[in-house]
Design a protein around this ligand. Structure first.
Ligand code: ADP
Length: 307
């Protein structure tokens, strides 16, 4: 079982030819909305990768959007019993400025109910965390809540995967020490380790930085270049190449990678390279489609594409 603790957002995707300058008014070339939020995207990616049952810990507002996001997760057979309906704040929202010429995005996030996820919510979810193979979390919900969940998971022998996104300058020492695998992108790896992540040597240095603080494994995702893996236990230190595709929207590429990875990974991390290859495949399909959750492929779609 995979347990994801994290955010749920409704994404408004604003299609533009380029970013507007300060003071400038620009016409959009299109717009639509889709379910998103790093946590929810990762849960959907794990569920669609098949195999493991997926459960979610999070908060939505008491509004139509919240309801819609809950229903969306249920359609992917994700357990929503530990998603709390918050009475103070409305459901999280993201505004994605998607440059259609390049597929690049700039994102504004309104945390809303995600910001109210609490230590009590984690306590109430101890029973599902305890049964999990992996607990996965990110930084769109309060970091002290993720820390409490990871410390609990670590103490009861449940493996943890941290996606330190959006980037923070620092991770609480307790959190990193309770993390079995940290999975940042280049920007996040750089912000946390202060190493400019460019070549193999600098990636090793970033991984060594995380290892010194108690996290034995690092995967740095590198966009169109794929991913770098470091595992001190299994003596892995290598790149896994991405697949050459035409990216139209890279939103949720990282989330697809992490969810898919968690779903196929063995709890002793013995198949880390093979799981990374699968995660690269799944996210190479996600970047070819518009939207966060609508773009996340099922195991069948991944299999038939790469057949
Ligand atoms: P994030 O979305 O968190 O910034 P990345 O951009 O590193 O994460 O992308 C995560 C994964 O998605 C990569 O490791 C790669 O497998 C895949 N990916 C991202 N962009 C592309 C691309 N342009 N072509 C092929 N695969 C991609």
């Amino acid at each position: 079982k995979i347990v994801i603790l994290g955010s749920l957002n409704l994404d408004s995707i604003l299609q533009i030819s380029r970013l507007p300058q300060p003071g400038e008014t620009l016409s959009m070339t299109g717009k639509n909305s889709a379910p998103g939020g790093k946590g929810a995207n990762q849960a959907v990616a794990a569920a669609r990768a098949g195999g493991a049952q997926t459960a979610f810990i999070g908060r939505v507002g008491q509004d139509e959007t919240g309801n819609f996001l809950l229903e969306t997760l249920k359609k992917d057979h994700i357990e929503t019993d530990h998603i709390v309906v918050d009475h103070q704040k409305d459901t999280g929202q993201a505004y994605i400025l998607l440059q259609t010429t390049t597929g690049q995005n700039s994102i504004l996030v309104y945390g809303g109910a995600n910001q109210n996820l609490s230590l009590t919510d984690v306590k109430n979810a101890h029973s599902i965390i305890k049964e999990a193979d992996f607990l996965i979390s990110q930084f769109e919900t309060p970091v002290e809540v993720t820390t409490a969940a990871f410390v609990y998971a670590h103490n009861v022998g449940v493996k943890t995967i941290l996606n330190p996104a959006p980037a923070l300058d620092q991770i609480p020492a307790q959190l990193l020490a309770a993390t079995d695998l940290i999975c940042p992108n280049e920007t996040e790896a750089q912000a946390l380790s202060n190493v400019s992540v460019t070549d193999l040597n600098s990636m090793r240095q970033a991984a060594a930085f995380f290892q010194k603080q108690g996290c034995a494994r690092t995967i740095i995702t590198l966009g169109a270049r794929g991913a770098y893996i470091y595992d001190n236990q299994h003596k892995i230190d290598q790149f896994v190449d991405a697949f050459k595709v035409k990216a139209v929207d890279t939103t949720a590429a990282g989330d697809t990678f992490i969810g898919a990875l968690g779903a196929v990974l063995k709890t002793d991390f013995s198949n880390l390279v093979a799981a990374t290859l699968y995660a690269n495949r799944a996210s190479s399909l996600a970047v070819q489609k518009l939207g966060a959750q609508p773009s996340i492929p099922t195991a069948d779609q991944v299999q038939s594409y790469f057949n």
